[in-house]
Design a protein around this ligand. Structure first.
Ligand SMILES: Cc1cc2nc3c(=O)[nH]c(=O)nc-3n(C[C@H](O)[C@H](O)[C@H](O)COP(=O)(O)OP(=O)(O)OC[C@H]3O[C@@H](n4cnc5c(N)ncnc54)[C@H](O)[C@@H]3O)c2cc1C
Length: 472
């Protein structure tokens, strides 16, 4: 617990709605519940400075809209959104909830703006999202600041450093939460619970159950507070699980990133500009398979399957300025052999891989903003687009490892965001929103910006329904 200049007392009264979590889903739920007339307590495990979980790192959300706006370059219909979701999930989605998510996403932009969040036009970069995704002015932290400010104005109580460590639930009915608040254990009663405490990606021991020792090498892009305690307790107390525990959103991030909270600046978006090799200096996947926004989220998983869960993005000076500069500088050398030595790879192996790749590159017109005709021939795996010879010194490399964004195993919910118990009956007074139930919609795959849509849409529903449950 952080040192407080002025200790506050833990709120003693029984609230209508208790919200476990302090990110986007939790705040949307809390505001929605309060606006529906309920008294609301938000319990955030993190100290105030780190409040807001993974939401702090976000930049945008994907919502359907009928026409261009000041900040969006064109329409994004419900059908197009649904097609995108079906494609990325390969049909592994609850179609009813997915349709509901998309339908209700339309109302989210004005609703979120009403809570004080401001938007800005999309910034340039390798994820071209200017038409489909709304960018938060100032990023996720500014977005959260606005939501917390609104929560305060509405009279919502928020307690930081307050980790929900257990839940008293019997026969699908929530009675109270046990909260670790500094050195104190507090029993916190409420008429309804909204579980919005994220996934379990920061719990390496839990990840190891599905990934084995490989999980030791995972870097967690977001908050260390998403330990999955609330999810675990819900599952232990009869909530129905949804989603494959091995499925998660995972990208390639700089291997030098910190274990937790490296955020967006450690992500590497230059895969399409070069080749990616493993510890044996061998390529293992088509780096140019599709446009980067549609493929960036597979690279974490691909790296997780490589020796020591490590890879190296290799490129040359001809493309070195074409992508967003990340936090760490690239490793540079004047020859491929020297680069290999700096990376701890066998020089002859890297030279052979680059030599084979260069020999397979066919001439074409390079355009990294579309699926161009620069490809390899007779190479396995191929590079289907943006294939250019790696030959212009200096040569560059970024070491990469799997960066886990969030997990998909969660609790099953219905259209009211109400948790379903293992016998399919709806819980009496327990609702869920955000990462903790994202697996209902994301069976696999990801479309950029959908995480925030799930949290906002189902957060708003969960808050409204929890309030109605508690107050009627
Ligand atoms: C680097 C990065 C960039 C991202 N960029 C985007 C983006 O641009 N667009 C997008 O849509 N998605 C993005 N995502 C995904 C996005 O962050 C999540 O989908 C979204 O924030 C989920 O919101 P949430 O409220 O469910 O979870 P979180 O925001 O993670 O909030 C979970 C909260 O629960 C709290 N908590 C955890 N355990 C407990 C407990 N036991 N008791 C009390 N509180 C607890 C945590 O402290 C935290 O406040 C990004 C993620 C990362 C890591």
């Amino acid at each position: 617990m952080t040192t407080r200049l002025k200790p506050i007392a833990f709120p003693q009264r029984r609230f209508d709605v208790l919200v476990a979590g302090g990110g986007n889903a939790a705040l949307c739920a809390a505001i929605s519940a309060r606006r529906s007339g309920a008294s609301v307590l938000v319990l955030e495990a993190a100290p105030k400075f780190y409040r807001g979980g993974n939401t702090r790192h976000t930049r945008n959300m994907r919502c359907s809209h009928d026409s261009a706006t000041d900040t969006l370059s064109g329409p994004y219909t419900e059908e197009e959104f649904f097609d995108d979701l079906l494609r990325v999930t390969e049909g592994h989605t609850n179609v009813i909830l997915a349709r509901q998510l998309i339908r209700e996403s339309k109302a989210m932009l004005p609703w979120i703006a009403q809570q004080g969040v401001r938007f800005q036009p999309s910034l340039g970069g390798t994820l071209s999202l200017g038409r489909t995704n709304s960018f938060f002015l100032g990023g996720g932290r500014a977005m959260l600041n606005a939501l917390y400010r609104t929560a305060g104005t509405l009279g919502i109580d928020v307690v930081y450093d307050a980790e929900v460590v257990d839940l008293d639930i019997s026969s699908g009915k929530f009675h109270s939460a046990i909260v670790q608040w500094g050195a104190q254990r507090v029993v916190c009663e409420a008429k309804a619970l909204v579980a919005a405490a994220g996934g379990f990606e920061a719990n390496i021991d839990w990840m190891k159950q599905y990934w084995g020792a490989a999980a030791e090498s995972f870097l967690i892009r977001g908050t260390r507070f998403n330990q999955g305690v609330v999810l675990r307790k819900l599952l232990d107390k009869g909530a129905q699980a949804v989603g494959d525990p091995r499925q998660c959103h995972a990208v390639a991030i700089d291997a030098r990133a910190p274990r937790f909270d490296g955020g967006i600046i450690t992500r590497l978006d230059c895969v399409v500009f070069g080749i990616v090799v493993n510890r044996h200096a061998k390529r293992f996947y088509d780096e140019g398979e599709d446009l980067w926004p549609k493929r960036y989220a597979i690279w974490g998983r691909l790296l997780a399957e490589q020796p020591e869960q490590t890879g190296y993005i290799i490129f040359d000076s001809s493309v070195a300025t074409l992508f967003m500069p990340p936090l760490f500088p690239p490793i540079v050398a004047m020859t491929c052999a020297e680069l290999a030595l700096k990376l701890g790879l066998i020089p002859e192996s890297l030279e052979a891989t680059i030599g084979e790749f260069n020999a397979a590159v066919r001439p074409g017109t390079f355009n990294h903003e579309e699926l161009d005709d620069c490809h390899t021939q007779g190479l396995s795996p191929p590079k289907s687009h943006w294939a250019r010879r790696i030959e212009a010194a200096p040569f560059y490399a970024y070491p990469v490892r799997p960066g886990i964004t969030f997990t998909y195993l969660g609790v099953r919910v219905d259209g009211d965001a109400r948790i379903l118990m293992r016998d399919d009956s709806p819980a009496d007074n327990i609702f869920a929103a955000g990462e903790i139930m994202a697996g209902n919609v994301l069976g696999r795959g990801y479309a950029a910006g959908v995480g925030m849509t799930i949290g906002s849409v189902f957060g708003r529903i969960a808050g409204r329904e929890a309030a109605s449950n508690a107050c009627n």
